[in-house]
Design a protein around this ligand. Structure first.
Ligand code: NAD
Length: 511
C-alpha cells in the first residue's frame, strides 16, 4: 500500500525514504524505523537530520524568505492555489500513506487531506484580504494606519494524529502571509510529512520558488530542541501534548520568540433531558470513537442529565457493540488501531485506574484481537463514574477511545463539571432549549470555558473556516480560519505627518 501510494505520487525514489530498510536499521542512529499500527511491523525507514543538515535547512528557508516576502500577496496566493490543486489530485494516495502510517480509516485519512485542500482554498482568498486598519490621528495633517508584514521562516511541530492537515493549517496561511515554513513532523508519521512537503515544494519550485517548504526530521533531543531554541525562527507553532507545549512555551519565551500552542484536550458533551437522544448518540459515537479516540477534540467525558442518562448510555452501548474494528484500509471498518504499543499501555492503565477508582465498565475495556493483524487494536470503551461523580482518571487526557459517563441534575452543575479539567479545547451541549444553549455560550464567559463550543453536534470535526484552538492547558493558540493568519505576520502601526509642521502627541510642548 505504501509503495504503491509513493509510486503514484512519483516519490518512490525519494532520498529520505528506505522502503526496504537494512536489517540493522533499528540500531542505526541516522535512521528511524516506521511501523504499521495495523501489523506492528516495520514498513520503512527514514533518514534523520543531524546538526549540519538541520542548519543547512534553516539557512535555505531563511534565504527563501528574503525572496518570497517580495512576491505580492495575491501572487503568493496563486502558488498556494496550484499546491491545493496538486493535493486534490493526490488525495487518495496521500490518504493511503496516512492510513499505512498512523492507522486512520481510509475515509478519515482522505478527509484529512480534504482539510488541507480546504485550507489552501481559504488561503488563496485570504491572499487578497490581509487587511490592516486605518484610524484617525489626534493631530491635524496626520494619517494613521496599520499594516501586516511577513514574519520570517516559521517553525511548525506536528503531532502524529494529524500528520498532513496540521502542517497545512500553518503552512498554507504562512505562505500567503509571505513566510516560509520549516516543518518538524512526529517520528510516528514522517513519511506522510515527506510526501506532503515534497508535493508542495515540487509545485512551488516549478513556479520558480525554491525552499518555501522545508522539512527537518529527527529526534526531539537532536532536532526538536534545536528548532525551538533557534532564534532564526520568530514563531514556533507546536501541536501536541500539554507536556510538550509546556517545554516549547518555556524555551521559546526564554528567547522572547512567539509560540502558537495547540495542545491536548479533555472534551465533554453535556446531554440535557430535553435533547434528541438519537441525534446525540450518533454525534457522540463519532466524536468518542472516531480515529480510535486519537483526536485532540475526541469526546472523553459524557455529562448526561440523570433523567435520560440510562437511555442514552443504553443506545451508546448498543452502538459501541456493533462498531466494526479492524484493518483501517478495509471498507466498512470504523475503528482502526491505536498508533503504537505505548498507546495500548496507556489505554490499559487508564481502564485499570478507572476500575480502582470505582468506575464500572459498560462496554469494552480490553485489547481487541484482530485475526491476522497483530497490531495495536483496542475495544472502544464506556466507563460509568461512581454515583458521587468522582473519577480522577477522567481529568487526564488518555489518547484512546475511552468515554467516561457522569450524571447531573442542574445544568449549572453540568457546566461546572465540563469546565473542571485543566484543558479547554472543545465542548458540546445537546438540548432543544434555546435558553440553555445560549446559557452554555454566555457572552459573559460563564458558560463553556473552551475554545470550541458546539450546540447539538459532537466535539470533534471542526470546519476550517473558524479559528481553531483552546484555552488553559490547551495552550491558547488559534490556527486555521477567521483571523488566525495574524499570528504569522508582524503588525506595523504607521503614522504619516503631511502637515509640514511638527506636532507632538498628547499636546506635549518641547521647545
Ligand atoms: P507529542 O507531544 O508526543 O508530540 C507532538 C510533537 O512534538 C512531535 O512532533 C514531537 O516530536 C514534538 N516534540 C516533543 N517534545 C519536543 C521537544 N522537547 N522539542 C521539540 N519538539 C518536541 O504528541 P503526540 O502523541 O504526537 O500527539 C498527541 C497529542 O497532541 C495529544 O495530546 C493531542 O490532544 C494533541 N493534539 C492537539 C491538537 C490541537 O490542535 N490542539 C491537534 C492534534 C493533536
Amino acid at each position: 500500500m505504501l509503495r504503491q501510494a509513493l509510486t503514484e505520487l512519483g516519490l518512490t525514489g525519494h532520498s529520505r525514504v528506505l522502503l526496504d530498510p537494512p536489517a540493522n536499521a533499528g540500531a542505526d542512529s541516522t535512521l528511524a524505523l516506521v511501523h504499521s499500527p495495523t501489523t506492528g511491523k516495520p514498513i520503512a525507514a527514514v533518514k534523520l537530520d543531524d546538526e549540519r543538515s538541520y542548519n543547512a535547512a534553516i539557512g535555505r528557508s531563511a534565504e527563501a524568505f528574503k525572496r518570497w516576502r517580495e512576491v505580492p500577496a495575491p501572487v503568493r496566493g496563486q502558488v498556494v492555489r496550484a499546491i491545493g490543486n496538486e493535493f486534490r489530485a493526490s488525495k487518495k494516495a496521500l490518504g493511503a500513506i496516512i492510513t499505512a502510517e498512523v492507522g486512520k480509516i481510509t475515509s478519515e485519512s482522505e478527509g484529512e487531506v480534504q482539510e488541507t485542500i480546504d485550507i489552501a482554498d481559504f488561503a488563496v482568498g485570504l491572499s487578497r484580504q490581509l487587511y490592516g486598519l486605518t484610524m484617525p490621528s489626534e493631530r491635524p495633517g496626520h494619517a494613521m494606519r496599520e499594516q501586516w508584514l511577513p514574519l520570517g521562516p516559521i517553525g511548525v511541530i506536528s503531532a502524529f494524529n494529524f500528520p498532513n492537515a496540521v502542517w497545512a493549517w500553518n503552512a498554507m496561511l504562512a505562505a500567503v502571509c509571505g513566510d516560509t515554513t520549516v516543518w518538524k513532523p512526529s517520528l510516528l508519521a514522517p513519511i506522510t510529512a515527506i510526501a506532503t512537503n515534497a508535493i508542495a515544494q515540487r509545485v512551488a519550485s516549478a513556479m520558480g520558488h525554491e525552499d518555501l517548504f522545508t522539512l527537518v526530521i529527527g529526534r526531539d533531543d537532536v532536532v526538536g530542541e534545536r528548532l525551538i531554541a533557534d532564534a532564526r525562527l520568530p514563531l514556533i507553532s507546536a501541536t501536541g501534548s500539554c507536556r510538550m507545549g509546556k517545554r516549547v512555551g518555556e524555551v521559546v519565551a526564554k528567547r522572547l520568540g512567539r509560540s502558537l500552542l495547540e495542545l491536548g484536550g479533555n472534551n465533554a458533551a453535556i446531554v440535557h433531558e430535553d435533547a434528541d437522544l438519537d441525534l446525540a448518540a450518533r454525534a457522540i459515537l463519532f466524536a468518542a470513537v472516531g480515529t480510535c479516540g486519537q483526536r485532540c477534540t475526541t469526546t472523553r467525558r459524557l455529562i448526561a442529565h440523570e433523567k435520560i442518562a440510562d437511555a442514552l448510555v443504553a443506545r451508546l452501548v448498543k452502538a459501541y457493540s456493533s462498531v466494526r474494528i479492524g484493518d483501517p484500509a478495509a471498507e466498512g471498518t470504523l475503528v482502526g488501531p491505536l498508533v503504537n504499543a505505548r498507546a495500548v499501555e496507556g489505554f490499559a492503565a487508564a481502564v485499570a485506574a478507572a476500575k480502582l477508582q470505582g468506575g464500572t465498565i459498560l462496554v469494552g475495556g480490553e485489547k481487541h484481537a484482530q485475526p491476522g493483524l497483530p497490531g495495536h487494536f483496542v475495544q472502544p470503551t464506556i466507563i460509568r463514574a461512581p454515583a458521587n461523580n468522582t473519577l480522577p482518571i477522567a481529568s487526564e487526557e488518555t489518547f484512546a477511545p475511552i468515554l467516561y459517563v457522569f450524571t447531573y441534575r442542574d445544568p449549572e452543575e453540568a457546566i461546572a463539571m465540563q469546565n473542571s479539567v485543566a484543558q479547554g479545547l472543545s465542548s458540546a451541549i445537546f438540548t432543544r432549549s434555546a435558553g440553555l444553549a445560549e446559557r452554555f455560550l454566555s457572552p459573559a464567559g460563564t458558560g463553556s470555558d473552551c475554545g470550541l463550543a458546539y450546540v447539538n453536534m459532537g466535539t470533534s470535526g471542526a470546519e476550517i473556516g473558524g479559528a481553531f484552538g483552546g484555552e488553559k492547558e490547551t495552550g491558547g493558540g488559534r490556527e486555521s480560519g477567521s483571523d488566525s493568519w495574524k499570528a504569522y505576520m508582524r503588525r506595523q502601526t504607521c503614522t504619516i505627518n503631511f502637515s509640514g509642521k511638527l506636532e507632538l502627541a498628547q499636546g506635549i510642548r518641547f521647545e
